[in-house]
Design a protein around this ligand. Structure first.
Ligand code: AMP
Length: 552
């Protein structure tokens, strides 16, 4: 099949903005394409040469491409650059330049789709010595045979920005329309394989039955199941009947595949990062059986046992060089939280069962790696989830996940079956202005503390009470401190001189007439007592207001 036929389809697709029309144009084309080249035609119609999960990328930058164009067209690189700047698009600039080309393509052989595809694959896979000059030679070979319109789309494909308005939704609908198959069946097949080329081919050759047979395969990542925000821990647990609550680690999500002896690690965007994080593969080798599987977890970086900023993990995961040095500087820890495949696909099993399987197959190495901390919580004892939240914040993590035990794994779906309840990333430094004694056995301890921020004039304005986040020893110390600076005592309530500064984490700022600042904190948790700070350093009501205004 000639490349020109695909180019005509690109042009037709660009001529309309209506999605339904685009779908029909693409569907007609896919329908009339032979099965053997259907996978590559499908990928190329999306402007891709490789499926998303592939490690391969074209590796040709704009500069190099412009150089190739200048050599083929016979003008200086500056003229090519001026044209790209004028038109604002490499494709339009190429079309123009190729239109004015002195040497015509009359005597060259017409480009076929297979030739274009093979050369693009070659360009992507060449590496090592003189890779750049070899890449450019192959590119020039392609461009020499290209008509102006072909050059328009070839150059865009090389830069991986086709701009014909075909996305995942359109390709799904087009495959369904072309081969008369239920959209949901196509969607499921796309979700499980992430390979529209294979899905189109199987749809054409084997129809709906064939697509239903496609399943998760180790080595090919699936999009991760996503989490929605929980507004309220108790309500969320009640809605699920009971829940499996876990610490929400603030790190980098990875999907780890074992195929034979090979371990592949993918990010949530399905990029492979196996070489950047060798210790993760080593751990997996040691702690999971030598079977084919897909597990998911969160990687975090730690210093002296405490999680450190997400930026450090990014440094590790994006690194190609000096991996060994960074490995010592930024050691990684991992917590596994799901299994998607173990000798067979497990997506349809309820989460509770998948977790049991995960527990039964992993020999966790204490301290360094393990499974996510999980607690089963029923609505009657929902406080256990709040305790887990508090524990999570104290340990420097992000909050908790609330998961429906009955839910299958739903790739790419952000539904109600997996929720997150997070602390605001910001914390507030507040001053203790009072407190309330406990009851019963705790009657001689101040258990809850009234906290204040300062307004623009330096006046203190109360904002919340907090009773949580302190271990017994710290609680005793704080209680004694407050008693020593007490200015008033009425019943169980006390007032204190504003001297003790505490750092407070919380899940949300809400408006509240109950406190002088007009705001209140949901789920305040004392992170630590800030002996290093004075009254001048506490946060302002203005900052509280600005965090409130930034909420999503
Ligand atoms: P967010 O990125 O805010 O949408 O929160 C969801 C993310 O939390 C997931 O994609 C994971 O990367 C991360 N996460 C941390 N701990 C867990 C856990 N125990 N279970 C599931 N996801 C977790």
């Amino acid at each position: 099949m000639r490349y020109k036929e695909l180019v005509d389809v690109y042009e037709a697709l660009t001529s309309t903005t209506k999605r339904l029309e685009k779908t029909t144009i693409l569907a007609e084309f896919l329908k009339n394409t032979d099965a053997d080249i259907l996978p590559i035609v499908t990928l190329l119609s999306l402007g891709k040469v490789f499926p998303v999960w592939s490690e391969e990328e074209m590796g040709i930058g704009l500069k190099l491409l412009m150089k190739a164009i200048s050599l083929v067209v016979g003008v200086s690189p500056e003229i090519v650059e001026d044209n790209v700047r004028d038109k604002g698009d490499i494709g339009l600039a190429s079309e123009h330049l190729f239109g004015n080309r002195l040497q015509s393509t009359l005597f060259t052989r017409p480009l076929t789709i297979v030739k274009v595809y093979n050369n693009l694959v070659k360009i992507a896979t060449i590496s090592g010595k003189n890779a750049q000059s070899k890449k450019i030679r192959i590119l020039i070979e392609l461009l020499t045979s290209a008509s102006p319109k072909e050059a328009k789309y070839l150059t865009r494909t090389v830069l991986e920005e086709l701009r014909v308005g075909i996305g995942e939704g359109t390709i799904k609908d087009a495959i369904a329309e072309a081969f008369d198959i239920n959209k949901e069946v196509v969607e499921r097949a796309l979700m499980l394989t992430n390979d529209p080329g294979i899905v189109a081919e199987v749809a054409k050759e084997e129809g709906e039955k064939g697509l239903k047979r496609l399943n998760l395969t180790p080595g090919k990542p699936v999009k991760p199941m996503l989490a929605q925000l929980s507004k309220n821990i108790k309500d969320s647990i009640e809605e699920m009947g009971y829940a499996l609550c876990e610490i929400k680690y603030d790190g980098f999500r990875v999907q780890i595949h074992r195929i034979g002896d090979e371990i592949k690690i993918f990010t949530r965007r399905l990029d492979e990062v196996s070489d950047a994080v060798p210790e993760i593969a080593e751990y997996i080798q040691k702690c999971l059986p030598e079977k084919d599987f897909i597990v998911e977890g969160e990687i975090i970086a730690t210093k002296e046992g405490k999680p450190i900023s997400f930026q450090y993990i990014l440094q590790r995961v994006r690194r190609k060089y000096e991996v060994e040095r960074l490995r010592l500087e930024v050691p990684l820890t991992m917590y596994l939280f799901d299994v998607l495949y173990y000798e067979e696909p497990l997506l349809d099993l309820p989460f509770e069962r998948r977790r049991e399987i995960l527990e039964s197959i992993s020999k966790s190495k204490k301290g360094k790696f393990g499974l996510s901390k999980q607690v089963k919580v029923t609505p009657e004892f929902f406080e256990r989830a709040e305790d887990l939240f508090e524990y999570s914040i104290k340990k420097g993590h992000e909050g908790i996940m609330i998961k429906d035990p009955h839910s299958p794994y739903m790739p790419g779906i952000r539904g109600k079956k997996m929720l997150k309840f997070k602390a605001e990333p910001e914390t507030l430094d507040l001053v203790v202005v009072g407190g309330t004694y406990g009851r019963g056995r705790r009657a001689n301890l101040i258990g809850s503390y009234l906290m204040a921020a300062q307004d623009a004039d330096g006046n203190l304005k109360t904002i919340a009470h907090t009773a949580t986040g302190l271990d017994d020893a710290t609680l005793l110390e704080l209680s004694n401190k407050v008693e020593s600076i007490m200015t008033e005592k009425k019943g169980r309530k006390v007032k204190a001189k504003p001297e003790i500064i505490i750092e407070v984490a919380f899940s949300e700022i809400v408006k509240s007439p109950e406190y002088e600042s007009g705001y209140s904190l949901r789920f305040p948790v004392v992170k630590r007592i800030r002996d290093d700070k004075g009254l001048d350093d506490i946060d302002t009501v203005k900052r509280v207001e600005s965090i409130f205004n930034m909420r999503d």
